[in-house]
Design a binder for this molecule. Sequence first.
Ligand code: ADP
Length: 415
Amino acid sequence: MTNRFGPRFLLGMLAALVAAIAVFILSGDVPSALVALVGGIIAGLVTLGVDPSPAAPAEPEASGPPPARLGAVLEAIVEPVLVIAGGRVEEANGAARDVLGNHIIGQDVRLAIRHPAAAERLTAPAGEGTSDAINLVGLGTLDQRWELRVTDLPDGRRVAHLIDQTRSYAAERMRVDFVANASHELRTPLASILGFAETLADGAGDDPEMRDRFLKVMADEARRMQRLVEDLISLSRIEAEKYRLPDASVDLGDLVSEVHSELMDSADGRAADIVADIAANVPPVGGDRAQLSQALHNLIGNAMKYGRAGTPVTVKLSRDASNMVRLSVGDEGDGIPPEHIPRLTERFYRVDSGRSRALGGTGLGLAIVKHIVERHRGRLDIASQVGRGTVVTILLPAAVSSKSNATVTEGPKPA
Ligand code: ADP
């Protein structure tokens, strides 16, 4: 403040004083001289930019960067957004240009988004459009599905927002297909059981040989339904726990031996063909023992079913160079043509439905294995050669010690 009262200010004050004295000499009037003096001082202060009135609280000075431009804001949005003015595309972010093309800026919106319902909404007079979303197919790639939402701005412009619904649409379709497939799989044995029950009730039961044959078919079909229901329950349980990482320490060598002896105790003669090859230095994995046992049962079960009778079913357990535990089940069967391999883990997908059903398959075995492996943050690999056989491999991360956060290894312990 002191710097501002320099020589100019003093000169001004002197001029005000001289003016006041002059007024007094000329008029002899003290109040007029005082008015001249005070007026001169105020004029001096205003000239210097000093407000003589009681100080108002100062406005805080604007700080930080200037507000972002609309274009920059739109670019930051990952979904396609367009601003439409007078029926033309005024602005479009990168995501919108990726889907609709770079040429859309300035273009008539009906040409930019070639869809009748969208065009009608985007060109409707202000206030006449609905706020309902419009579903679009065929923008971008042919199978992409979009939801278009349009918002009217007070200045007459419109914001069109495209929301990608492709994944949720695919998930919904999978859910619907799954329910339809599961119902179909259950209905077939159910129809068979009902049919045989009615035939028995109609008198076929009087013939003991026929009755026994029918009862056996009914029992087989009921067991098929039971396997299917059990697999469906397993799938939904595993899916429900999808995001909960299993944390028990599981020794897969022990597990392979356990499953092997369970199968040897079963009535399946193929169990005698199982050859287990378990390496010595395999660390435990962090896992869910019951689920890993189920995965192993499913893989060995498939190898026994689809491998040629009398050929070995090889179960190998080893440690991978990248500290993963590798569990593989191989058979010498007809193998799987390569075009089927990517789809084998889909629910109810079978290479040969008749063969799978005849062998007691539900079509859910590999889907269950896939979900179990995913829950364990592992990898599933299916390699097959037509005419030679199939090897299905699971790779699971070795368990991590909670104390040191280091991988558990079986070696000499530090002293
Ligand atoms: P399924 O109950 O039918 O065996 P899976 O989900 O276990 O169902 O397997 C899906 C399909 O993959 C089977 O129907 C079969 O066609 C094929 N498959 C699975 N494992 C093998 C294998 N080891 N050898 C040949 N084909 C196999």
